[in-house]
Design a protein around this ligand. Structure first.
Ligand SMILES: Nc1nc2c(ncn2[C@@H]2O[C@H](COP(=O)(O)OP(=O)(O)OP(=O)(O)O)[C@@H](O)[C@H]2O)c(=O)[nH]1
Ligand SMILES: [Mg+2]
Length: 550
């Protein structure tokens, strides 16, 4: 295998291990922080040379085309080790391709200024052989502007030994020629060819800025620092994007390689995938799985971590015991009206119907008010209708003596622009908002709903339709990642029987039972495909998965 992995408590320690194994010339491909310290992926110099040779052969075949391997995804069913090896090779070829493009763009960008700068010193008629020569080769074009931009710099001397065109040496020289030598700790960054290419372009822009400010009687315009040209900015941007892509790919490869070496992590990953947890949460859980003897019970460990991170407010009094003013919000048909009725009935049983106020904001749909009125009649509680925020505030004044006031809202799809108007209506400081989430909805849909309603500063969540949910993991996953508290559960249509509170333990156990058809389950070889996808955007709360206290 070409790519080797080294870990240490610090980058220095990982670097020492890497050098001891691969020598001083080893090339660091990526470094990243892990729970244990630092993980470093590196290649032996011989492997890199082989990759260069491959890339050179590919370039000779078709210089204008990127190497095909760069765009080729790993074949389904390949062994993880083969994937790692293939992708490592293709990424390096890809880096060569990036480097080649960079040099060509630099050549194109500098061509006019190079010819202007070179004209007085070497007129074409004085050098007939130059006119007869084919268009300047990339290295020649690159060297000319460097000399023109910094004529007083000794390193621009023609006697200076030039590295082979397009080689890694040349690029390294471009990156380090004028920069002060980096301390050894920075070796991983400087050894990265894409980083070096970015560095080289940025250095060139910085030098030009200095050169523009330096001349003696500087006219006002010339004193202005030269901004990077459009081409240079685009190049830096493109290189940064490519660097990000390469890091993502290596991150995915490292994750898959780790699964192969640690059966407990592989078992845990497959189980969580089958249950319906997101890859974002699985990666974090598996990263945090300790390599101790307790790993034999990795599912027990994972359930402990999930329970600890799922907020349920078990120690607080139930909603129906607390009282207060609550508005039930959420998408269409998730069970807002039914849940309002269930909560109203549970409250009336404890405190009496006289302590309860019911309001509906669902004024524009035929029959919508009638649904809550029917429940109100059974309880002996009148239902008031508010058409706008002012009438809602009047009604809240009217019902201020009640211990609990429940506000049923109209169902609006989470992406509907009216959601904003509705949230405005219930934004009154005394109103606490309960988001009703359909536990049987798709993970992505739940994520979308949670994202849309997060700005409404919801007090907690009523998880409805638990009885319909084949898998509970997608809902718990979204709640854990967004730190939302489950305050009540609805698991059927019956009012008020199907209204409960469940502990985090009960919910997580139910989620880990999994379920569903075998047609949707992942085979162990398919896990590679799932995790080969780029990492999702960084989750904001990285401390989510603090292991449970032992
Ligand atoms: N299986 C099951 N059905 C439920 C549950 N809660 C509500 N329902 C049913 O879901 C349907 C919609 O419930 P509603 O309470 O009208 O939902 P809503 O959110 O008020 O709907 P809109 O006001 O139209 O947005 C009804 O048929 C309810 O009986 C539940 O926990 N489990
Ligand atoms: Mg309703």
């Amino acid at each position: 295998m070409n790519v080797q992995r080294y870990t240490g408590r610090s980058s220095r320690e990982a670097m020492q291990k890497m050098r001891a194994a691969l020598g001083e010339e080893a090339v660091v491909l990526s470094t990243r922080q892990t729970a244990q310290g630092v993980e470093m992926l590196a290649m032996a110099p011989q492997a890199l040379a082989a990759a260069h040779r491959l890339a050179a052969q590919a370039d000779a075949g078709d210089a204008a085309e990127p190497p095909a391997s760069a765009a080729t995804a790993p074949a389904a069913g390949d062994e993880v080790a083969q994937d790692v090896q293939k992708l490592a090779m293709s990424t390096l070829s890809f880096q060569d391709y990036v480097r080649e493009r960079l040099l060509r763009k630099r050549q194109a960008a500098l061509q006019p200024s190079a010819s202007v700068a070179a004209a007085p010193a070497t007129p074409p008629q004085a050098r007939p052989e130059a006119a007869a020569r084919p268009p300047a080769s990339p290295p020649a074009a690159r060297r000319a502007p460097a000399a023109a931009e910094a004529p007083d710099r000794p390193e621009a001397s023609p006697r200076r030994a030039q590295p082979a065109p397009g080689s890694g040496d040349e690029l390294r020289a471009a990156g380090t020629r004028r920069a002060p030598p980096a301390p050894p700790e920075h070796l991983p960054l400087l050894a990265d060819p894409v980083d070096m290419a970015i560095h080289a372009v940025e250095q060139r822009v910085a030098r030009r800025q200095v050169a523009t400010i330096a001349p003696e009687p500087a006219p006002a315009e010339a004193a202005r620092p030269a901004a990077p040209s459009h081409g240079e900015s685009a190049m830096i941007h493109e290189l940064r994007a490519m660097k990000g892509l390469i890091e993502e790919r290596f991150g995915a490869l490292a994750f898959m390689e780790r699964l192969q070496r640690h059966p407990a992590q592989a078992r845990l990953t497959q189980r969580l995938l089958d249950c319906g947890f997101s890859t974002a949460l699985i990666r974090k859980l598996v990263d945090a799985l300790p390599a101790t003897p307790a790993e034999a019970d990795e599912i027990g460990w994972a359930s402990g971590v999930l329970e600890r991170n799922l907020l349920t407010g078990e120690r607080e009094a139930a909603l129906e015991e607390q009282g207060g003013i609550y508005a039930l919000i959420g998408s269409t048909g998730v069970g807002k009206t039914t849940s309002t009725a269930k909560l109203a009935a549970a409250f009336a049983t404890r405190h009496g119907a006289s302590q309860l106020g019911l309001i509906t904001l669902d004024a524009y749909r035929v029959g919508a008010q009638e649904q809550l009125r029917s429940y109100g009649r059974i309880l002996g509680v009148p239902v008031h209708t508010a058409h706008d925020r002012a009438s809602l505030e009047d009604l809240l004044d009217l019902l201020s003596a009640k211990k609990m006031v429940l506000i049923d809202t109209a169902g609006v799809a989470q992406r509907d622009s009216r959601t904003h108007e509705l949230l405005e209506m219930v934004a009154h400081a005394s109103i606490r908002r309960l988001l009703v989430l359909n536990a049987s909805a798709q993970g992505e849909t739940l994520e979308d709903v949670v994202q849309r309603y997060r700005g409404a500063r919801v007090e907690g969540v009523v998880l409805s339709k638990l009885d319909e949910a084949v898998k509970l993991a997608p809902a718990l996953d979204a709640l854990i990642r967004h730190r939302m508290k489950v305050l009540a559960i609805a698991n059927g249509q019956r009012v008020p029987e199907d209204w409960h509170r469940l502990s985090a333990q009960a919910l997580v156990q139910r989620a880990l039972r999994g379920g569903g058809s075998a047609a949707w389950r992942y085979d162990s070889s398919e896990m590679n495909l799932v995790f080969a996808a780029p990492l999702p955007a960084r989750e904001p709360a990285s401390r989510l998965f603090s292991p449970p206290a032992r």
